[in-house]
Design a protein around this ligand. Structure first.
Ligand code: SF4
Ligand code: SF4
Length: 309
């Protein structure tokens, strides 16, 4: 532990580190709240017994151009979560070397004892409690009013930091979604999800009343690692060598073997169609690099004018 520890200065150095590496949002989640909200064995202390702070990091989604691409392309290029993991991994090392407190990169992985749908920790819960995302009607994907859809990662540390609160207002459902819901009974994400896995209701005040996400349908569409046992089963059941070869080497199977061999993230990703039509993911003021670049250039011009240059 470093002498003269100043949590405010430390926090601003953490924010600066993450921003320099490409993060858009950083928040600190209250460990007690996470412990209360997490299922047994999945609270932060299950991973790091003396954890004092859970730092959540958010990075932006794909480029504006990626969102204009067809579904096949977007499935390959839409997901940017690797950057979030890289920043968190580096931040854990930075905290230990700069501030002298133990820190660990929180694995965004499944619990090896509990199958493919149970994560060790919920990055979404960390981000929500840290106030850098709010649950949407699109399968609880977190949305940020300024940055739209973010990807999240977390770092646990024994360093004491003041925690941030959750967002005061949930930007979802967007007013235009409420309008569509009143007219057609469905929000855009519900209407355009190709697997029909989203449903829910909006109350008279335009807030989410109920939200339902049928994860198995989404997984079938977008989490292709779940398709692998199906391919193997088809192969075992095949009655002749031709059927067996088709099960193993048919185009869809080949695509999965290819993605597996190159470690492609889209084995696990979204199909993105719910976010392609989401007004917050698409229209938030800083939701893509095009908008963020424009805002940066405008701010630089304004500051030049202020200095009378
Ligand atoms: S990722 Fe695709 S399948 Fe899953 S909820 Fe969104 S639109 Fe539906
Ligand atoms: S489209 Fe986006 S803002 Fe609208 S209800 Fe769905 S998740 Fe919420």
């Amino acid at each position: 532990m470093t002498q003269g520890f100043d949590p405010i200065e430390v926090r601003s150095r953490i924010d600066a580190y993450c921003a320099k590496k490409g993060a858009l949002a950083v928040g600190v989640a209250d460990v007690q709240i996470l412990e209360r909200m997490s299922p047994a064995g999945h609270g932060p202390r299950a991973l790091m017994p003396k954890v004092r702070s859970v730092i959540s990091i958010g990075v932006g989604g794909g480029t504006a151009g990626a969102w204009t691409a067809n579904a096949k392309t977007l499935a390959y290029v839409g997901d940017t979560e690797t950057l979030a993991y890289k920043i968190a991994f580096g931040l854990a090392f930075y905290i230990e070397s700069a501030f002298g407190y133990r820190a660990v990169f929180c694995p965004p992985d499944i619990d090896p004892e509990q199958g493919a749908r149970v994560p060790m920790q919920s990055m979404k819960l960390h981000a929500e409690v840290a106030g850098i995302g709010a649950r949407s009607m699109a399968g609880d994907i977190l949305l940020h009013p300024e940055f739209g859809m973010l990807y999240y990662s977390s770092v646990f540390t024994e360093m004491p930091l003041a925690s941030d609160g959750p967002m005061a207002e949930n930007p979802c459902p967007h007013p235009s979604c409420v309008e569509l819901y009143r007219k057609q009974g469905r929000t855009p994400c519900q209407k355009f999800c190709p697997a029909g896995c989203l449903s829910g209701t909006i109350d008279a005040d335009g807030r989410t009343e109920e939200s339902c996400f049928e994860a198995d349908k989404c997984a079938e569409m977008s989490q292709q690692y779940e398709a692998i046992p199906g391919i193997l089963m088809e192969t075992l059941k095949a009655k002749d060598p031709l059927d067996q070869a088709m099960a193993l080497y048919g185009p869809e199977s080949q695509a999965i073997w290819y993605k597996l061999s190159i470690g492609a993230g889209e084995l696990l990703a979204l199909c993105f169609e719910c976010m392609r039509v989401c007004p917050i993911a698409q229209q938030a003021p800083l939701s893509n690099p095009l908008k963020r670049g424009l805002a940066r250039r405008k701010a630089a011009e304004a500051s030049t004018e202020d200095r009378g240059e």
